[in-house]
Design a protein around this ligand. Structure first.
Ligand code: GUN
Length: 278
């Protein structure tokens, strides 16, 4: 069966919109985009549109490609102090002359709706999470929606990035799964995947995971979005062969992608609530 991320995300947005309608002040999200990378520009536009849909206050901040580190840090500091803003997101990747880690660490951890600040990473690792990275949290929402109990399940995460792989592994561990984290140097990846009740793939290589690697009845979550030469999108999993083996599988597009932005809105509402309660 197909896990319809588009539909789950739509329900999540509509639940957020209902909660926002009852609030005296609108939750506010600021998104900073440096330069004009077309893919990043699309993501930032989608985030801005999603904010409007649920009734958030939204600031889309475009900065020139040659902005200095000091000027970018000053912008973050301005948003840290702005009471209208509950969430701050700096679209990654940043141009190579900028130090992304220093920028992330400059964000007030209570406004870090990406969950990338070391304080939030640490809290997730201690199983006392506050703001959780959007893509892995969105995957957990999908798994909850299909009603899977992860306790003692064998989960294999392919990819070890700070944005997806590492926090994904922690989320699954926090849900009491047995977790294997694979990376680009993993030996005999197919044999690892053959053991998995749940596979989450985030590597950025089109159709790298083959259907015959998937255990019968496994749940397959494909975080990859790859643009093929013919302009179409494909995931990291060979969907056509994998769907015959999997009990549940996410499509690309329409799977994990829409969940990430809906979860960003959810995080912004969490940050808002935490700030209002202070
Ligand atoms: N670039 C790709 N994914 C993400 C994300 O989740 N957050 C940010 N800030 N940048 C990204």
């Amino acid at each position: 069966m197909i896990i319809d991320g588009k539909e789950i995300a739509k329900k999540l947005r509509s639940s957020i919109a209902k909660q926002v309608a009852k609030l005296d002040r609108k939750p506010g999200l600021a998104v900073i985009l440096v330069g004009d990378d077309p893919a990043s520009a699309v993501y930032v536009r989608n985030k801005d549109n999603a904010c409007k849909e649920v009734g958030f206050y939204s600031e889309k901040i475009n900065k020139p490609l040659d902005i200095t580190q000091a000027a970018l840090l000053a912008e973050v500091e301005r948003l840290n102090k702005d009471d209208k803003i509950d969430g701050i997101l700096v679209q990654l990747p940043l141009p190579s002359h900028l130090d992304a880690n220093q920028v992330i660490e400059a964000i007030n951890p209570n406004k870090d709706v990406d969950g990338f600040h070391s304080e939030n990473v640490g809290k997730l690792m201690q199983n006392k999470p506050h703001l959780r990275p959007c893509t892995p949290k969105g995957v957990m929402t999908m798994l909850a929606t299909i009603g899977v109990d992860l306790t003692s399940k064998n989960c294999v995460v392919v990819g070890a990035s700070n944005i997806v792989g590492r926090p994904m592994a922690m989320e699954l561990l926090n849900a009491r799964a047995t977790v294997t984290i694979c990376n680009s140097k993993t030996q005999d990846l197919s044999s690892k995947i053959k053991q998995a009740d749940v596979v989450v793939v985030a590597v950025g290589k089109s159709k790298m995971i083959k259907g015959d690697w998937i255990k019968d009845g496994a749940i397959v979550i494909d975080v990859g979005i790859n643009r093929l030469d013919d302009g179409s999108l494909s995931g990291d999993v060979d969907f056509d062969t994998a769907q015959d083996k999997a009990s549940w599988i996410t499509p690309v597009p329409g799977g994990v992608g829409p969940m990430t932005i809906a979860t960003l809105l959810e995080n912004t509402l969490t940050a808002y609530t935490a700030r209002e309660e202070k």
